[in-house]
Design a protein around this ligand. Structure first.
Ligand code: SAM
Ligand code: SF4
Length: 326
């Protein structure tokens, strides 16, 4: 089977693919994966929370929202030296991309943004791809990040347009799409995906995939997150997401956006090696790894470098070098 890149997907077509028997779907996704990527290479990313907690937004899943009583203690913007030393250590462990996250609603044109721009320049100078996730951006701010050398901007759609307001009320889906569009006016690549386990229906999953797969061009990177249930948030008691749903969504993203990197992100720490191997077979080719077992926040776990490097060896996979997109 040989497939081309398409942007004119219909919801009904996506639903029909979603309903394909699972092993057949995995086989199709694995075939597409081999057409567009070297299946032996995995992108390994390191997330640095440069500004943690105290966020005014009400995202129902998030440990960093100031609206919920969680274990996260708000922290000021990290010093550049701290970020550089974490990035350097990550590079020595084989990481190719550093993702700097801030618990902000939006970027403001102030000295904190200037500091972030300086971090972007210096981490890029270490020879690493830099991704930022800082909330909403104007086109002018996206341009400044691009001028600083930013490689990617993460802005997740999280769920379907219809379900969005059940999860977040402090911004709209269109706000999200506007920021992605602002990033698209620059050379910075787009990273955008969603979360499984928010209580969404299959139609919501199909609709989110439809939104992503009809963006032209597709996001270069598509994270598939599994909800990390955070005590104190409205979604703390959501049921677990079956691994089969995770594998199915990864396969869907791979088939619909063949050239994109599909990232198995939040929630990976709970998956066994066998479960992760299925995700790689279904087309996931990117992961977050860490030295301290933490990812998005202190409450969202992430597997360590050593455990990951052992798993990749076991599966015959290698870490992909920076600035290579195959
Ligand atoms: N404030 C910025 C924003 O919302 O775009 C950036 C930081 S935010 C932590 C980045 C992404 O992490 C969110 O878009 C969401 O998809 C993911 N995320 C946050 N908390 C999560 C959780 N508990 N489980 C799964 N994914 C989560
Ligand atoms: Fe704030 Fe981002 Fe968390 Fe939403 S996901 S509460 S915007 S840090």
């Amino acid at each position: 089977m040989s497939v081309g890149i398409r942007y004119n997907w219909e919801q009904a077509e996506i639903r029909a693919i979603y309903d394909t028997p699972l092993l057949e779907l995995i086989y199709q996704a694995a075939s597409v994966h081999r057409q567009y990527h070297d299946p032996t290479k995995i992108q390994v990313c390191k997330l640095i929370s440069i500004k943690t907690g105290g966020c005014p937004e009400d995202c129902s899943y998030c440990a960093q929202s100031s609206r919920y009583q969680t274990q996260v203690k708000p922290q000021a913007l990290l010093e550049k030296e701290t970020v550089l030393s974490i990035a350097q250590q990550a590079k020595e462990s084989g990481v190719s991309r550093v993702c700097m996250g801030a618990a902000w609603r939006e970027v403001r044109d102030n000295s904190q943004f200037d500091q972030v721009l300086s971090m972007v320049k210096e981490v890029t100078a270490l020879g690493l791809e830099v991704c930022c996730t800082l909330g909403m951006l104007t086109e002018a701010q996206a341009k400044r990040l691009s001028d600083a050398g930013l490689y990617a901007y993460n802005h997740n759609l999280d769920t379907s347009p219809d379900y969005y307001s059940t999860i977040i009320t402090t911004r709209t889906y269109d706000d999200r799409l506007n920021t992605i569009n602002n990033v698209r006016q620059t050379n910075v690549t787009v990273c955008s995906g969603g979360i499984l386990g928010l209580g969404e229906s299959v139609d919501d999953r199909v609709s989110m995939l439809h939104t992503l797969a009809t963006l032209r061009p597709h996001p270069e990177s598509v994270p598939i997150n599994i909800l990390s249930k955070v005590a104190g948030t409205p979604l703390e008691n959501q049921p677990d997401v079956p691994i089969w749903d995770v594998v199915r969504m990864i396969a869907m993203a791979r088939i619909l956006m063949p050239a994109s990197d599909v990232r198995l992100s939040a929630g990976r720490a709970k998956l066994s090696q066998v479960e992760q191997a299925l995700c790689f077979l279904a087309g996931a080719n990117s992961i977050f790894s860490s030295d301290n077992g933490h990812m998005l926040t202190v409450t969202t776990a992430c597997p360590g470098y050593d455990a990951d490097s052992e798993m990749l060896n076991l599966l015959g996979l290698e870490m992909r070098p920076p600035f290579v997109r195959v």
